[in-house]
Every structure is written in structure tokens, then in C-alpha cells.
Design a protein around this ligand. Structure first.
Ligand code: HEM
Length: 262
């Protein structure tokens, strides 16, 4: 049997062969590299977030915390990558824009899976994948599962907080709507952190994830703005104004609301 080498274990020939520009534009290699690297990080984030959700559902919080911390560090890497992409000027981008056709990060199913997993349920996002049955089915399945936040709220209920069925036994495909009973439960956790230390830590880990998603979104928006200005996107949205609207979509509304009262 051939010895396992660095190249063979990591399947580097196949991996690096995937970074193949379609044009002669110098910056296309950067453009492909940053998107493919992002998708690799997203795959790891999905793995960790699914693991964390399962651990919360099983009342095993310590491993969940470890996974959530790792995701936040990956997010920091992804946020930093905007600095690299921002070295690409509008002229550099224009040199290869035509080769992108209608492709767009808007069609990233891994990104959408993460949004669903965190709790931003948008059934209409499935339409983008109408011609990809397996991708659409995976997204539909995730849409129908409790999110990380749903599992956190079910944990609060198991710990004795009085949460209504509309929160802990709802149609998981529907967007989550903030509920005053949830704000009250988190307020109790923050009011007595010594008693509820692990729930307090869970709340802070969730806030950390949302904070990093928002920084990523903002970095993306500002990078897009400096590269394409206010042109429409390759995916057909209004571009920067669409991305600004997305910034309004949070994940854990009561965890921000509760801070006002503390
Ligand atoms: C110069 C580079 C980039 C430009 C000009 C750009 C532009 C855009 C625009 C205009 C949109 C809105 C949808 C559309 O109409 O296409 C979008 C969405 C998106 N882009 Fe980018 N993008 C760039 C780089 C990246 C990179 C490196 C990633 C990393 C994966 C990425 C991921 C996404 C995702 C996930 C969305 C969907 C966001 C949502 O629906 O909330 N983009 N992009």
C-alpha cells in the first residue's frame, strides 16, 4: 500500500485543481480562493453547530460551549478575509465580472443552512434551488428542524421556566417571533447568574454567534459597496440595499431585548 503523505491525505491535487480561473484576469484566482475557503469554513461551522444543537438537546452543555466557541473563532477568520478581498478594485472585478454569469453567494446553500440552523427561517429561500432537488431537500429538512435557539429555549423550559407551547412546540419551519415569556426567562437568568451559570454562559455564547454573523454581514456589505457600488447583484437582488436589509434580521431577539432592562 502506498504510504500516506501530506498530499495524499489532504487530497491536495484534487483540492488545488479546483482553483481554476475561467478568465485571464489576474484577480480571478483571489476571487475563487476566497469563496472556496469560505465554503470550507462554512462546512466546518455547520458540523460544529449541528453538534452543539444535539448537545443542548441532550442537556450536555460543556461540549456545546466548546463547539460554539470554535464557530465564533472561525467567524473571526471569515470576517478578516474581507480585508484580503478588499484589495480587489472595481477595475479588477470588472475584468472578470462577465465570467460569473448569474452566480452569486445568494445561492450558497451552506450559508442558508447555517441561517436556518441559527433560527433565521425563510421558506422562500428554497426557491433559489428549485433546479437542484437534493440541495432543496436538505434545506427543506433543516427548515423543519428546531434551530439552535429553539433547542436553547426548550432547555429553559426543561429547567423550569414557564414558556408557552407557541415557543417550545411550534411549527419549526415558521420564522421565530419574540415572546415576552422568553425575555422574562432570560431576565431571570441574568438576574441570578450564580444560580443559572450554565444558562447564562449559553446566552452569552449565542450572543457571540449573532454578533459575529452581523460583523460578517457588515464586512460583506462594505466590501460589496466598494467593489460594485450600487449596481444590482449577479444574483438579481438590488445589491447593497438588499444586504443592508438583511442586517435587520437578527437571530435571538430576546437576548438583545433583555439587555435594555438589565
Ligand atoms: C467582490 C466580491 C463580492 C461581491 C461583489 C458580492 C456581491 C453580493 C451581492 C450583490 C449579493 C446580494 C445577492 C445578489 O444579488 O447577488 C451577495 C450575496 C451574498 N454573498 Fe456576496 N459578494 C462578494 C463576495 C462574497 C464572498 C467572498 C462570499 C463568501 C462566501 C459571499 C457570500 C454571499 C452570501 C452568502 C450572500 C447571500 C446573503 C444573504 O442572502 O443574506 N460574497 N453578494
Amino acid at each position: 500500500m502506498a504510504p500516506i503523505t501530506y498530499r495524499s491525505y489532504l487530497r491536495l491535487p484534487e483540492l488545488l485543481d479546483l482553483l481554476t480561473p475561467l478568465s485571464d484576469a489576474h484577480d480571478e484566482l483571489l476571487f475563487i480562493a476566497i469563496h472556496q475557503a469560505s465554503e470550507i469554513w462554512l462546512k466546518l461551522c455547520l458540523h460544529e453547530l449541528r453538534g452543539a444543537r444535539a448537545m443542548i438537546a441532550a442537556d450536555t452543555l460543556s461540549p456545546a460551549f466548546k463547539m460554539m466557541s470554535r464557530v465564533a473563532r472561525i467567524q473571526a477568520q471569515m470576517i478578516q478575509s474581507w480585508e484580503v478581498l478588499a484589495t480587489m478594485t472595481p477595475a479588477d472585478y470588472a475584468a472578470m465580472r462577465d465570467r460569473l454569469g448569474t452566480s452569486s453567494g445568494f445561492q450558497s446553500d451552506q450559508y442558508r443552512l447555517i441561517e436556518f440552523l441559527l433560527g433565521n427561517k425563510k421558506a422562500e429561500a428554497l426557491a433559489v434551488h428549485a433546479d437542484e432537488p437534493a440541495v432543496r431537500a436538505a434545506l427543506a429538512a433543516e427548515l423543519g428542524r428546531p434551530s439552535l435557539y429553539d433547542e436553547a429555549l426548550r432547555l429553559l423550559a426543561r429547567r423550569g421556566f414557564d414558556l408557552p407551547a407557541a415557543v417550545i412546540d411550534r411549527n419549526w419551519s415558521e420564522p421565530y417571533a419574540a415572546h415576552p415569556a422568553v425575555t422574562a426567562a432570560w431576565a431571570s437568568v441574568y438576574a441570578d447568574t450564580a444560580r443559572w451559570w450554565d444558562l447564562y454562559e449559553l446566552a452569552e455564547k449565542l450572543v457571540d454567534l449573532e454578533y459575529h454573523v452581523q460583523l460578517w454581514r457588515f464586512g460583506h456589505l462594505k466590501t460589496v459597496e466598494r467593489v460594485i457600488g450600487f449596481k444590482i447583484g449577479t444574483g438579481g437582488t438590488a445589491g447593497v440595499s438588499y444586504l443592508a436589509k438583511v442586517l435587520e434580521q437578527g437571530f435571538f431577539p430576546e437576548l438583545l431585548q433583555v439587555r435594555t432592562a438589565l
